[in-house]
Ligand binder design. Structure first.
Ligand SMILES: [Zn+2]
Length: 272
């Protein structure tokens, strides 16, 4: 499944996320089984006081479990403690203050809400055209990149999760202008670009972002890359890793970033 690639999964959830379906221990055991070199947990942390799960994430309990997992699996697997921040621009100060006092190995910035409506719900598309649905989404992503708080841009083009059903096939070319500006900003900010394989285990047949947007990122000069499955259950861990690695390599993206205390080390995908 992983072929001969250096193998990471840097978008992984456990019961430490409100929607996780397995323990940290179970995810680590599965990572060893499938042959991952590094496992980066990216538990959800939310900031909207109106969100019923806003206080779900327990930082201290998380690190305690990570420590225990490192003791048990540390000789076979590197385990990194990251976080996936739900980015909404009105909570920027809160996010910054939180990250100042809660160290992580890496921080993913992800957009799941636009104007307080969840992207993954039909409501998001109901009040929009295809054009405005994607343009509003790209604007929110641009804000998240501009704020400078994050290491990794989480699942770009996640608007496709509901967008494909609402609007039909998505083409990078239709949003080339917006995407070019956005990817140039990502590169200028030194943010790491993620290929997220969740769309493949959600049976949408696409990665986030789609392959043609990965190509555009490389064409604009992007080099920094993360790969994640967005596994909420061990069955999804490292899903389609070899496919994502081959996609990256086919566009000249030769290295993946590994993280420790928010410093990245680039490792060749073809390391073994
Ligand atoms: Zn997410």
């Amino acid at each position: 499944m992983i072929d001969d690639f250096f193998a990471i999964d840097y978008q992984v959830h456990s019961f430490r996320s409100h929607d996780g379906k397995s323990s940290i221990r179970e995810q680590c055991a599965r990572a060893v089984e499938v042959g991952l070199d590094e496992l980066g947990f990216s538990e959800h942390k939310d900031f909207d006081p109106a969100d019923p799960v806003v206080d779900y994430f327990d930082y201290d309990a998380y690190l305690t479990e990570i420590d225990a997992a490192r003791q048990e699996f540390g000789d076979r697997l590197k385990i990194r403690a990251g976080v996936e921040i739900d980015y909404q621009r009105w909570f920027e100060d809160k996010i910054a203050a939180y990250l100042d006092t809660h160290p992580f190995d890496f921080v993913i910035g992800s957009v799941h809400h636009i104007d307080r409506v969840m992207l993954m719900t039909p409501e998001y598309n109901q009040s929009r055209t295809a054009q405005t649905a994607y343009q509003d989404y790209f604007q929110a992503i641009t804000d998240s990149v501009q704020c400078g708080l994050f290491d990794i841009l989480g699942h770009l083009e996640y608007a496709n999760r509901r967008g494909l059903g609402a609007w039909g096939p998505y083409h990078t070319e239709d949003y080339r202008e917006e995407l070019t500006a956005l990817l140039d900003l990502v590169i200028a900010q030194g943010l790491t670009f993620e290929i997220n394989t969740a769309g493949l285990h959600q049976n949408l047949g696409i990665t986030y972002p789609v392959a043609t947007t990965v190509a555009l990122y490389a064409e604009r000069g992007g080099k920094l890359l993360s790969i994640g499955s967005d596994a909420h259950h061990p069955d999804q861990l490292a899903h389609a890793y070899a496919e994502a690695a081959r996609l990256a390599l086919s566009h000249g993206l030769t290295h993946v970033s590994t993280w420790y205390q928010r410093h990245a080390t680039l490792v060749p995908l073809k390391a073994r």
